[in-house]
Design a protein. Structure first.
Length: 107
């Protein structure tokens, strides 16, 4: 007993293994628009599936790039905060040294 596939449930989803479509006897010959060659259709189908399979990878790459850029910006902001803190500390130390020098000169 052989199980025949239907349009909704073909035996195989591989287009190369499916039986070619036969022209209908109810339509006159040459009335339909000629189909594209199967090799072009298969190539475009394979490219489309390859591109669609690469979409999550591209999204993950873009997400990682954005996270790296955010981390770099955060590190740069943290370095700026630390540099400003050190600058204020150095200015206070300079003022203390000036006062100490002025007090030593005044006595």
């Amino acid at each position: 007993m052989t199980i025949r596939g239907t349009i909704d449930r073909p035996l195989t989803h591989d287009p190369k293994k499916q039986a070619p479509m036969k022209p209908s006897t109810s339509e006159p010959a040459g009335s339909a628009i000629p189909d594209f060659p199967m090799s072009d259709a298969n190539d475009s189908r394979q490219n489309r599936t390859r591109q669609m399979q690469l979409i999550p990878e591209a999204l993950a790459r873009a997400h990682m790039h954005e996270q790296l850029r955010d981390a770099h910006a955060e590190r740069q902001a943290l370095r700026l905060v630390v540099a400003r803190r050190m600058q204020r500390r150095a200015e206070r130390a300079s003022l203390r040294a000036r006062r100490a020098l002025a007090m030593a000169v005044m006595q």
